[in-house]
Write a protein of this length. Structure first.
Lengths: 507, 356
């Protein structure tokens, strides 16, 4: 790649960032994620003109498919799930670089065939030896695939070309397993070759946290313990575990969601301003704040885990967790988890961060609520401000992406009465109906080698350090509480906040 | 919902907007810009349709200013403003106000538009046809951060381009320039892949399509090599051939949708390069509202300097099929490069004056 391309000019902002010559190899290409997210994302990128000419997509799976069958599957997946309209000429561009390699993960021949396919693509499509390996595989197949890549020299970067590995959560199930996993990956791929996908970080709203905080002047001065009373980070799902019993039982909500998504959101909300907007500077600040996270002294008092019981969810009768197919009737796995943590630094000392997540809650919503202290003095009498709550800034991550500011306002009328009102910024209203999917952004970043939005090894390990003691405590000391499906969690969680004189927001 | 106002004023229109918003139950507005479309009755429908498609990406208040032709002296002395306020489902994601101007007020359109602009939000003016020769100097253009013209819709695109270069002010842009973004991006990607020096370029496309000239000027400006503009049957741009010191790099699109990129020593690859709809062009135009310096630089290269003699003269007499260069008669310059640079230097003061 020539660095001195005269047609490139930083001032020319119309020209999009196009990935250089490259290809993507997907392991586990028959899976749900691949069909619903990855294939459509690749098509959407091509449709937006962001993929290089000759971009190649290689599928690897056990199915006995020909290249044409694979292309047909991609075609159907794209037609059904892509965000942008289907266009024949874009498809014609993509289909030329589509290959399928049949085999199991322990099949040496298959990996040799994969290598031959890649060499062939370099010749036929000009991919220049640059390939990203997307491991959309179950955790147990992980070490095998990584070792196979090494054994067949697929991970070797020759002069001027790159090889990258893209891996999905779970990044282990505790600190020890995470370290083992990292050791396995890093034995084959160097740290800068590994991209860990946390699809939350690819969302526009999450990137907007940084814009909101660091591009504006009106928020940052109050973004500290002098004004903030507490922060609530919620990720609620209305669905149950569905068909994921095998994966979910024994893992639970905290490991599935708090360890990665919620702690990443916490890091972005609480971190100091990075020196620049590059991967190293961002990782430095995130690591610093995750390292400063302090657990409560009494874990029994300040954490809650629970399971959903049978109930009514949005007008449909649903069964409880223990009655789900494939779940042990004595399972202690949490489908709801709420924890309180503090951050030991000058900005946040004494400000609790409440994190909660759960399945079968009221509705699907993810949000970060920064709740402010009450005014130190009010010139109005108490009856006037009776209905006034605390001011809050709520970053709505999904759905209905946007930001809400809540503050008090006078109710029209002759008496002085102040009530909460909210002011809304909705993405859908101010910008685009069609902001890119998280996976589009993340796949493009992998091809460009831009690691801004990917958590690093240290961040993953720090998150496990935060969660491990809590999981151990739950394992030893208590049985999960119960909450009826379709509600906002167990009473124990409400009591946990009541003890602090606070209450959960109804998102 | 739709409200018709006959013989009205801007303040009555504002009142209708507030009432309309209340009636459909959305008192809050989250629009990010005002798009003013200045057009005649004939082109209003298409332009408005493109704008409302683009509004899916950029919720905006769209003001369509339609200047009606007066057919008698009596008509000309009477002035009248009719308005049609569209909200909610009738206006896509934003608000649309169609303004019909009759008589004298045609020359004072800015007085109608000014009170209807969104507070503290950027203004974009788009002339689908009949753009003024000096957009920034136009009373409506002066209200805007961004002035979008379209030389494609002109009688004499080449002359129009020269005029645009003369009158350029930061914030000017042209849809003919927007149309070639995919080409530019693909050509830049092609040069990313080879480490070669470009010696000369040929841009081939249909006649009377200023996009070809703009692409040629951009290439000439960035690469500093002679660029030849040749004509073909179209549609639109059909090919760019770059002669480099490691062989030709050719991007060829015969059918207006799927192109082939061939680089010497590399396999040929298919590239989707579809000609885009006006709505997509407007959406791209609205994405960034800061001055487009690359456009300015390409435009100022000067359309007359394309097809510099030497390469082109020979090529023309060679084919003899009349399919050669189509640029306007340019003052003959003895050598390709040196005088061209001088010409640029001479032109510089003029540009500054225009851009002030």
């Amino acid at each position: 790649m020539s660095s001195s391309n005269p047609l490139r000019d930083p001032a020319d902002r119309r020209l999009p960032r196009i990935a250089g010559p490259s290809g993507l190899v997907i392991f586990g290409v028959t899976g749900d994620l691949s069909r619903k997210k990855l294939m459509p994302a690749v098509y959407d990128l091509a449709n937006r003109g962001l993929l290089p000419p000759g971009f190649s997509l290689v599928g690897f799976a056990r199915r006995d498919w020909e290249h044409e069958d694979f292309a047909q599957v991609v075609h159907d997946a794209v037609k059904e799930h892509s965000r942008t309209p289907f266009r024949e000429e874009v498809w014609q561009q993509l289909i030329q670089g589509m290959r399928f390699v049949q085999g199991t993960f322990d099949d040496d021949d298959a990996f040799e065939r994969l290598r031959a396919t890649i060499d062939d693509l370099d010749k036929a499509q000009g991919t220049g030896g640059n390939f990203a390996f997307y491991l959309s595989v179950p955790p147990k197949s992980f070490p095998v695939v990584i070792q196979q890549l090494k054994k067949h020299q697929l991970a070797d970067q020759s002069s001027g070309s790159w090889r990258r590995a893209v891996i999905e959560k779970p990044f282990g199930h505790d600190l020890k397993s995470a370290e083992e996993l990292n050791a396995i990956v890093h034995e084959v791929f160097a740290p800068d070759q590994v991209f860990r996908i946390d699809h939350y970080l690819g969302k526009e709203t999450v990137q907007n946290i940084l814009a909101l905080r660091f591009a504006n002047t009106m928020f940052e001065p109050i973004w500290n313990r002098s004004y903030v009373d507490h922060v609530q980070i919620t990720m609620a799902e209305d669905i149950g575990i569905g068909g994921r019993a095998g994966y979910y039982d024994g893992i639970g909500a905290a490991r599935d969601v708090i360890q990665n998504h919620l702690l990443q959101l916490l890091a972005l909300t609480a971190m100091e301003e990075p020196a620049s907007f590059d991967a190293d500077a961002l990782a430095a600040e995130k690591t610093k704040v995750l390292g400063a996270v302090r657990l409560p002294k009494d874990l029994g008092r300040d954490t809650v885990h629970a399971q959903y019981a049978a109930g009514w969810q949005g007008g449909a009768k649903v069964i409880g967790y223990l009655e789900e197919d494939g779940i042990d009737a004595k399972s202690k796995t949490d489908t709801y988890a709420a924890i309180k943590v503090g951050i030991d630094n000058r900005r946040w000392a004494g400000v609790p961060f409440y994190l909660r997540t759960g399945k079968r809650l009221g509705r699907r919503v993810t949000e970060i609520a920064v709740v402010f202290q009450r005014a130190p003095h009010s010139p109005f009498d108490t009856t006037a401000t009776e209905e006034l709550g605390s001011n809050a800034i709520v970053i709505r991550v999904q759905p209905d992406e946007g930001v809400t500011v809540r503050f008090g306002s006078k109710v029209p009328g002759t008496s002085m009465e102040i009530r909460d009102v909210s002011m809304d910024f909705a993405y859908g209203e101010s910008f685009t109906e069609s902001s890119p999917e998280a996976y589009e952004r993340l796949i493009l970043d992998v091809l460009l080698g831009d690691a801004n939005l990917f958590p690093r090894t240290e961040e993953v390990e720090l998150s496990w350090k935060i969660l491990d003691p809590i999981e151990e405590y739950w394992d030893k000391h208590c049985v999960p509480a119960r909450y009826p499906a379709g509600t906002w969690g167990p009473v124990e969680a409400d009591e946990m906040l009541e003890r602090d004189g606070r209450s959960w927001r109804r998102p | 919902m739709k409200t018709d106002l006959t013989d009205t004023t801007a303040s009555k229109i504002n009142k209708a907007l507030v009432l309309g918003r209340r009636a459909i139950g959305t008192p809050a507005i989250g629009m990010v810009l005002t798009l003013v479309i200045v057009t005649d009755e004939e082109n209003a429908y298409d332009a408005l349709k493109a704008a409302s498609d683009a509004a899916h990406e950029h919720p905006s208040r769209t003001l369509v200013v339609i200047k009606r032709v007066s057919r008698s002296p009596r008509d000309r002395t009477k002035s009248r403003l009719d308005a049609e306020v569209r909200l909610g489902a009738d206006a896509g994601t934003g608000e649309t106000i169609v303004l019909r101007l009759y008589g004298d007020v045609v020359d004072h359109a800015q007085s109608v538009v000014l009170p209807l602009l969104l507070p503290d939000a950027p203004v974009v003016v788009w002339w689908p046809v009949n753009a003024p020769l000096d957009p920034a100097g136009d009373p409506l253009g002066a209200l805007a951060q961004r002035r979008v013209t379209d030389t494609y819709a002109c009688e004499e695109p080449i002359r129009e381009l020269a005029a645009r270069a003369e009158a350029y002010a930061p914030g000017d842009t042209d849809l003919s320039w927007t149309r070639i973004t995919p080409w530019r991006s693909m050509l830049a990607a092609a040069l990313d892949q080879v480490d070669c020096e470009v010696r000369s370029v040929e841009v081939e496309g249909e006649e009377y399509n200023p996009s070809c000239e703009l692409l040629a000027m951009w290439l000439a400006d960035r690469l500093d090599v002679p660029v030849q503009r040749t004509a073909s049957e179209g549609p639109g741009l059909t090919a760019v051939r770059m002669d480099t010191d490691c062989g030709p790099v050719v991007l060829d699109r015969a059918d207006g949708s799927l192109a082939t990129l061939s680089v010497k020593g590399q396999p040929s690859r298919a590239v989707a390069l579809k000609r885009r709809e006006t709505a997509e062009l407007i959406a791209e135009e609205l994405r960034r509202l800061d001055p487009d310096d690359t456009y300015a630089s390409a435009l100022r290269y000067g359309v007359n300097r394309l097809n510099a003699p030497g390469t082109s003269a020979k090529g023309n007499s060679g084919d003899g099929d009349g399919d050669g260069a189509v640029a306007v008669p340019a003052p003959v310059e003895a050598a390709a490069k040196a005088p061209a640079k001088e010409a640029a230097r001479e032109k510089a003061p003029v540009k500054k004056a225009a851009a002030k």
